[in-house]
Design a protein around this ligand. Sequence first.
Ligand code: PA5
Length: 361
Amino acid sequence: MSIPATEDTETNTVELSRETIARVDISDQLSDVLALPEHLRDALWRVESAIMQGWDTSAGLVVAGMGGSAIGGALARAALGDHASRPIFVTRAYGLPPWTTPDTMVLCASYSGNTEETLACYESAGALGAQRVVVTTGGRLAEMARADGVPVIPLPGGFQPRAAVAYMTVAALEVAALCGAGPRLTSEIDVAASHAEQLVAEWGPDANEGSLAKEIAASLLGSIPVIAGAGLTAPIAYRWKTQINENAKLPAFAHELPELDHNEIIGWEGAESVGRFAAVFLDDSDAHPRVKARMELTEKLIADHATASLHLETRGQTAIERIFSLVLLGDLVSLYLAVLRGVDPGPVEMIERLKSELAQR
Ligand code: PA5
């Protein structure tokens, strides 16, 4: 990781101890981030308790959801990677892909159960005769599913939707296995939970100020993060972006390799003339060797135009361990960044305002 000296508009004078975090993090988002290992285990239990039979849906799986509820589908697809035996598609929209048939499994994921795009997908799936499963805390989605006899994977209430990332990912993985789109990864999920516990100790609030998550947060302070992933880390890069948006209340952008080498790389030439941008590259031990070479070269070429350039790698053996290592790191970085900025990571007022104004139309 290389962090050039900065002439900050925002500077880090805050120590990231539990006490200083608690002063800013009024609704204690930190505890929900640190509970990721328990969420992984609890999620397995909750899917089992929904007692779903295996449906063999030869047309594959569509995960329908938005924002914090959609990311689980994207991470599950990345975790299955080459082991996916049928198409797995994530839709973040009002409609399902046109190839959805009665032979498609549609998992409707909405933490609140009231997201209009996801409700529309639930209804479309019903109209098309597709197999449906719902993962939610309640709301209109749970009401409709119960009335229709559609299985509901029940989630615990009281979180911000984005804090349920482990639940949403495990639900998508388990539904993928039930419908024949991928292998069952139950024991890998359990192992990933133990691995995440070690990382919580290494990067959490009790670790020293030079620990990785705290150091990254300090290095991103005062800049707009531009995050790059590839393959397995592409949806994680997007997760980092959205967590920085919602927790730290900052613009952030995500793109993926190799595609960004064909466009975004040029944009860096003008970066300093319009603002302060930091580059974050999310690497993986199992990335394609040519993608690894591209990442190194891209980092070198843009380094002079970025306020900081960070190269981070997944940790762990299995795909699930590696995915959750960088998801956890990004969640902590975004929360620490919020605290360094003095903004409460919890509330997402603009999202709520938009939803309520839209409901009046
Ligand atoms: O993080 C958030 O709060 C949002 O991205 C929500 O997840 C999104 O608006 C969808 O809401 P829900 O997760 O309740 O379906």
